[in-house]
Design a protein around this ligand. Sequence first.
Ligand code: OFO
Length: 176
Amino acid sequence: MGLIKIVVMVSTNIENALNKQIRIEAESSQIYLSMACWAESKGFEGVAEFMFAQADEEREHMLRLLKYLTERGGKAIISELSKPSTDYNSPKQMFEEVFEHEIFVSNSINELVSLTFEEKDFATHNFLQWYVAEQIEEESTARTILDKINLIGDDRSGFYLFDKDVRSMIAKPSAQ
Ligand code: OFO
């Protein structure tokens, strides 16, 4: 006789909030994919590679949420996504948008964590701690890249090294 797995289902409020976050992570992936295409079209190959890797990471974040929600008896919804920008004035403007976007995502994760307290859903609370740590790292990476861009200033030759440098910052896959 097989074992019966008993899970405590997520509440409707948590289910809706996780689905909202699934969409945000999927949109993050699209945004970074679009940035990768822009960087490639401008000859920033290292930046393009970095953004392609970021897009993959965001898709992983989306899948991780989706699988968790399903495991907890919820229904994951795949929704339509907003079209990302396709043009940027400069790498600086692009990374400023990355930074702002990561702050937006962090705020969204924080709201989700706060909802888990209201709903007394401590399993989801624990699950989300990985995202809290990940957001700190991503905000910090974006800030570091912006600092580098500010150091380069108008020195166009500096962008050659910058491009190589950003390639070396591609994140290793995070531990489960
Ligand atoms: Fe999903 O990690 Fe940032 O956005």
